[in-house]
Ligand binder design. Structure first.
Ligand code: ZN
Length: 458
């Protein structure tokens, strides 16, 4: 697949420029923790100064700064933010085919930590901003490039800090962020691109199980905290929460599932669970993929991830044990609603337990029918003719959440489209060994960003 309607010589130049930039960015190790994102902020500042542009390095502490560059158009208009994070997750070099922090270019791919999450967008946005500036800023309003610290760990929270401390720099009408933009090829050959317009919230908690201490030579009938914790894990894992259609877009179900009766049952709360099970056991790989994509949209999920006992001796029953749980909840759900589900899930567990909340972030979403969506659809229609852009909620958290919470009128979407590698190839590479991006996908992301700014602010 080629990018439609763009001069091949320009594409070749953009491939060279974005590849060199991404390689250089991968060589700056911003593994978080500790992050050290200021090195990237400085790199970006130098890049834009070399092109006659001045941005601002800001944030706290000194070694964890963000970079913001604003380009004002030739006439008044809305403000569009292109946002991307500077940090990456750590990488253990011994498991990689190519070293993770050298930016190796091999067989048409750039290898290294951050190649798709998400230094690719740093490089793509840099080049798009340079072109917009050098093209005479033929657009309305303002485009703002925000490279933020600390997305992966969130301790200092670059985006959170910018929203609360520097709204003058980042408050906006539209925001485009990482996530979304992966594509599936449907059985009929049509390409379906996911546009993430909202995202689930997180309600992480710990279940503290208390038990009877004592000598372990005689098994306890009741009150062994370790057995209680095991029962809690099993009960949460097996729990079937009431499914909710609130965040299951009918359009998405219609595109993913060809059988009309199955489709109808997926869109009915009473029959959805059986329909999802049927889909996931289907002989067709397309159906099984659809089940994987749809299931998390139907409501809350409980994933027990850590189990601890306070026991220190093998022959003593511990007084307590605890189970830590990652829970994702749909938009509009609250911690109270999750608490009620936990109660229901653990109703049959024979143990004394209490819940300790570790942190809750409400999910949020932007409307799906907006000028930004029209612009994304129009640009994708031109660059990848025949593609479909479908709005859904993402199951993971991104920093778009802070923008929606801080600026209620903002339309914030996650969309970084790929051209060459589909979702099946790209998704497993996130936070994994051998992270890499096709040189052509990288250039495509830069072309898309440039065209999108012109479409939104044109
Ligand atoms: Zn990321």
């Amino acid at each position: 697949m080629e990018i439609a309607g763009i001069d091949p010589e320009l594409i070749a130049r953009l491939e060279r420029e974005t590849t060199a930039l991404l390689s250089a960015l991968i060589r700056i190790d911003t593994s978080n923790p500790p992050g050290n994102e200021t090195a990237v902020a400085q790199f970006l500042d130098d890049y834009f100064r070399a092109h006659g542009l001045e941005g601002e390095i800001c944030g706290e502490p000194a070694e964890r700064r963000s970079f913001v560059l604003r380009l004002t158009g030739s006439r008044p208009g809305p403000r569009l933010v292109l946002m991307v994070h500077e940090d990456v997750v750590p990488a253990a070099a011994e498991h990689w085919t190519e070293p993770p922090f050298e930016g190796v270019v091999k067989d048409g791919y750039i290898w290294g930590r951050g190649a798709i999450d998400v230094k690719n967008l740093l490089a793509a946005f840099c080049v798009a901003m340079r072109r917009l500036h050098e093209g005479g800023r033929q657009f309305a309003g303002e485009v703002v490039f925000v490279a933020e610290a600390d997305e992966e760990d969130g301790t200092i929270g670059g985006a959170r800090w910018l929203c609360s401390q520097r709204p003058d720099l980042v408050a906006c009408d539209y925001l485009v962020n990482e996530g979304g933009g992966e594509f599936l090829t449907m059985p009929g050959g049509e390409r379906l691109y996911e546009l993430h317009v909202g995202e689930k919230g997180t309600a992480q908690f710990r279940i503290l199980v208390s038990g009877e201490s004592g000598h372990a030579s005689v098994p306890l009938r009741h009150g062994n905290a370790v057995v209680g914790a095991a029962d809690v894990v099993r009960a949460l894992h097996d729990y079937e929460p009431r499914l909710s259609l609130e965040t299951v877009p009918a359009e998405y179900v219609e595109l993913l599932v060809s059988d009309p009766s199955l489709r109808a049952r997926l869109l009915d709360e009473r029959s959805a669970r059986a329909a999802l099970a049927e889909l996931s056991e289907s002989d067709s790989p397309g159906d099984r993929l659809a089940a994987d994509l749809l299931a998390p949209l139907y409501g809350i999920t409980f994933s027990p991830t850590i189990v601890h006992s306070s026991g220190e001796a093998v022959n003593v029953f511990p007084p307590s044990a605890e189970v830590t749980v990652d829970c994702r909840m749909p938009v509009r759900w609250t911690q109270d609603r999750v608490a009620a589900e936990v109660e229901a899930a653990l109703a049959g567990v024979d143990a004394r337990w209490e819940i300790e909340w570790l942190g809750t972030i409400d999910g949020n979403a932007s409307p799906a029918d907006t000028r930004l969506r029209q612009a994304i659809t129009a640009v994708m229609g031109r660059l990848v003719p025949g593609s479909r852009v479908v709005p859904i909620h993402s199951v993971g958290f991104t920093d778009s959440n802070w923008f929606r919470a801080a600026f209620p009128a903002v339309v914030a979407y996650n969309f970084a489209p790929f051209l060459v590698d589909d979702a099946e190839a790209v998704t497993p590479l996130f936070h994994n060994v051998d992270e890499r991006i096709s040189v052509r996908d990288l250039a495509f992301q830069s072309v898309f960003a440039y065209e999108l700014v012109r479409e939104v602010l044109g």
